[in-house]
Design a protein around this ligand. Structure first.
Ligand SMILES: NC(=O)c1ccc[n+]([C@@H]2O[C@H](COP(=O)([O-])OP(=O)(O)OC[C@H]3O[C@@H](n4cnc5c(N)ncnc54)[C@H](OP(=O)(O)O)[C@@H]3O)[C@@H](O)[C@H]2O)c1
Length: 271
């Protein structure tokens, strides 16, 4: 793939930076094969200095030489970018949009011709190449296109393909999820502080516990309840803690958080 694909990125913000880093580190694209655009000169300079990719202020200069074009601008700018560049988006190119809430139908309506489009819902841990992304293909995206998009997004973490109608639930779970997990880490650490640990130590222990436990699940693929029960001895410390979580409605709160965020995502994207 490395020698074949020319990749263009419109909008060189945080997410674009994560994607470029992932592609380069995974060896899926070399900096010479990537070109990205941004309105801000400072941002272009930063990207060029740090990633060694070519930058421009002209979106057409990104689209014309590229086979894959990432749309990484804010959602409210997507329509304008597509309208201004309709003439250079051709059917041999694939568009991968990461704009939250912007539907495949919206993008396809702003294009002319049968252009493959893939919509992605990424999350911020992509910045450290541990993201979780869900992808959905548009009317003209083939299985091969989805495979390529999966491989590209996979360079920033885990990536899966889903039906577009499930992307609001993905937004509620993994899109907004980092905020819930950070809330949990902070609360876990506060518990430690209450019992005498200093905050820095408590945060380190809390964050490493979340990281390690997630890894344990991902690597063993054992059900979380099985892993949990293995560390919960009768009359021990863990069951005392779990009982307190239960009394506080922990599971219900988390389920409700995902549900509310999903509803809000639906509201915002007009679904
Ligand atoms: N960050 C997240 O957690 C997250 C998660 C899921 C999805 N997303 C999606 O990812 C996309 C990018 O998010 P982000 O956080 O990376 O945003 P961001 O940091 O604001 O990046 C967007 C960049 O695009 C530039 N830009 C604006 N108009 C442009 C145009 N016409 N042509 C070229 N570049 C233009 C902006 O420049 P100026 O600042 O100069 O306007 C900015 O540098 C959004 O659509 C968002 O919905 C983000």
């Amino acid at each position: 793939m490395k020698d074949m694909l020319k990749i263009g990125i419109i909008g060189a913000g945080n997410m674009a930076e994560a994607i470029m880093k992932g592609l380069i580190q995974a060896g899926m694209a070399s900096p010479e094969n990537i070109i990205c655009s941004d309105l801000s000169e400072a941002r272009r300079h930063y990207i060029q200095q740090n990633l060694g990719v070519t930058t421009t202020s002209v979106n057409k200069d990104v689209i014309i030489p590229s086979q894959i074009i990432f749309l990484a601008v804010k959602p409210n700018v997507v329509g304008k970018v597509l309208d201004e560049n309709k003439d250079v988006f051709t059917s041999e190119k694939m568009i991968i949009s990461i704009a939250a809430g912007i539907t495949l139908d919206f993008i396809e309506k702003h294009l002319s011709g049968e252009i493959p489009v893939v919509r992605v819902m990424p999350n911020t841990p992509a910045l450290v190449l541990e993201g979780a992304s869900a992808l959905a293909g548009g009317k003209y995206a083939t299985d091969k296109d989805l495979e390529v998009a999966l491989e590209l997004m996979g360079s920033t973490g885990k990536a899966i393909v889903l039906d577009e109608k499930l992307l609001d639930a993905v937004t509620g779970l993994s899109g907004s999820g980092p905020a819930y997990v950070l809330e949990f880490i902070d609360a876990l650490a506060s518990g430690g502080v209450l019992k005498g640990l200093n905050k820095q130590t408590a945060l380190l222990l809390a964050a490493q516990t979340v990281l390690g436990t997630a890894k344990l699940y991902l690597e063993t693929q054992e059900h979380p309840a099985v892993l949990r029960d293995r560390v919960t001895s009768p009359g021990g410390t863990t069951i005392a803690g779990l009982a307190a979580l239960e009394a506080g409605g922990f599971r219900t709160s988390v389920i409700e958080a995902v549900s509310k965020a999903t509803d809000r995502s639906r509201e915002l994207s007009g679904n």
